[in-house]
Write a protein that binds this ligand. Structure first.
Ligand code: PLP
Length: 480
């Protein structure tokens, strides 16, 4: 037995490198990441295709590999092809972030590997999560009695809210097809996914018409609720957006709150993209009414510029969140703690990465001010882009409420050719790769979509995007 254990030790000790080896591993990783950051302003925001893909030919095997070769593989086959979310030139969909200090929080959390799911296991890690929940609740305007959770992103955060709403209404399978959910066509697709996963797919889904600014029309909402009640249906939940992915619109949050309260409906706000703009003066004003919601989602990996892997949900009544997610198990009897709420009681997760540190550390280290000013910068840049793109002859959508701008070019040959023209333009911008923009469809038309949210997007990036659009526009016009 001892001989066998000594034999095993030789190999298993690879999992516990000594200080010297750790230093060397760290040196190589830091060298690579520093190189990446040094070049970030010149790296493409989009590389359509990997020329030679080697990852799939590099199997996981018993033998040890060399970190140098592994980093090389990551560099060529992971960090090069596709969208570069760390680049300020990422202006598509809803851009992510990746502030450096957050990676250090992850590094520390991974080394100490604190068990962040349960207060008893790591009071400090759980306190940090709860402190962050308090901070966000204050931003939204919730007062005492709320609870929240740091999830992996907006999709899971929305799922937690929708499951909580379902349970708060104690919906039985037999009445599912009578329950009514109200949203707009522009609510994020993760909402539909969450509705399905929550077992609510047979509920009636009403897409309330939007006004010219792509916001929910509250008169229509109320009329629809009245009509549904008369028809013997059971209105149950309204889902508003605080910043739609398509156009960045904020639904009329106050008016919807009034209707939700009048008809006693669950009021959920998806602020995954927009809610952190409440840190700014302008955003605070535009987002007034968030405090009326029963639940709200906000994504630190969007509006707080953190690396991917962190979304947040807040539920106004903590008992409802707890009732939906608590558990009992004999083997967990030691973990029950009345002192502080544990994330494991408030979400589907039990074992939990110490996600809070990647958010708490940057906020403590930098203070809130730079986050606020960075968001202010995004609001200003969006206004600037909106003005300048029109000077290039583009047709634009509504004035940006936050930091999304939609636009399209109508070629000389006319509207009929516009979809094709804009598709060509987008393909050329992607081929160029210095900035990345995305597209969508609005009223059946192909549109170009710019979202300014990366903390690395500045005036020079927006000017570059405008210059590229201008150059490519001329090129396509000339070729036609
Ligand atoms: C408004 C909105 N809600 C929800 C989501 C989904 O969030 P995640 O991608 O973090 O799951 C997104 C993603 O872009 C979004 O823009």
């Amino acid at each position: 037995m001892k001989k066998l254990l000594t034999e095993i030790e030789k190999t298993r000790s690879r999992l516990e490198p000594g200080a010297g080896e750790r230093e060397e591993l760290r040196r190589q990783v830091v060298q690579y990441t520093e190189g990446f950051l040094d070049a970030i302003d010149t790296l493409p925001a989009f590389v359509p295709n990997a020329e030679k893909e080697r990852l799939s030919g590099s199997p996981i095997q018993d033998e040890a590999g060399s970190l140098e070769e592994i980093i090389d593989l990551i560099h060529l086959d992971v960090d090069t092809p596709g969208i570069n979310p760390a680049s300020g030139g990422h202006l598509g969909y809803i851009p992510g972030g990746g502030i450096y200090s957050s990676s250090l929080g992850d590094y520390m959390a991974d080394i100490s590997n604190r068990y962040a799911g349960i207060f008893y296991a790591s009071p400090g890690a759980v306190r940090i999560e709860n402190i962050l929940v308090d901070w966000m609740a204050d931003l939204v305007g919730y007062s005492k009695g709320y609870a929240g959770n740091l999830a992996s992103g907006g999709s899971i955060a929305n799922l937690i809210a929708i499951v909580t709403a379902r349970d708060a209404f104690d919906i039985k399978a037999s009445e599912m097809d009578k329950m009514v959910i109200y949203a707009t066509e522009h609510s994020h697709h993760c909402i539909d996914k969450a509705i399905r996963i929550a077992g609510l797919k047979e509920a009636v889904r009403r897409n309330i018409p939007m006004d010219g600014q792509y916001k929910m029309q509250v008169n229509n909402l109320e009329d629809q609720i009245k009509w549904d009640l008369q028809a013997g249906l059971k209105p149950f939940m309204i889902i508003a957006s605080a910043g739609t992915t398509d156009v960045g619109a904020i639904d009329p949050l106050k008016e919807i709150g009034r209707i939700a309260s009048k008809y006693k409906l669950w009021y959920h706000i998806d602020g995954a993209y927009g809610a952190f703009f409440a840190l700014t003066k302008e955003g605070k004003r535009k987002l007034a009414g968030m405090e009326l919601s029963d639940s709200v989602v906000m994504d630190p990996h969007k509006g707080l510029f953190l690396p991917y892997g962190i979304g947040a949900v807040l539920i106004k009544d903590k008992v409802k969140l707890y009732n939906s997610h608590r558990y009992v198990a004999n083997y967990m009897q030691d973990a029950l703690s009345p002192e502080e709420l544990s994330p494991a009681d408030l979400s589907p997760e039990l074992t939990k990465h110490f996600r809070g540190l990647r958010m708490w550390l940057p906020l403590k280290l930098h203070g809130v001010k730079p986050f606020r000013e960075c968001l202010e910068e995004k609001l200003l840049l969006a206004k600037y882009f909106y003005t300048e793109i029109q000077k290039l002859g583009f047709e634009v959508g509504p004035e940006p409420e936050l930091s999304v701008i939609i636009f399209r070019y109508i070629p000389e040959k006319g509207e009929k050719y516009a979809d094709h023209f804009n598709e060509l333009l987008l393909a050329e911008i992607h081929k160029d790769g210095r900035v990345f923009i995305s597209s969508s469809r609005l009223n059946g038309k192909f549109i170009l979509h710019v979202a300014i949210l990366s903390f690395r997007t500045h005036l020079s990036t927006v000017d570059l995007a405008l210059q590229i659009l201008k150059d490519q526009l001329e090129k396509i016009k000339f070729a036609q």
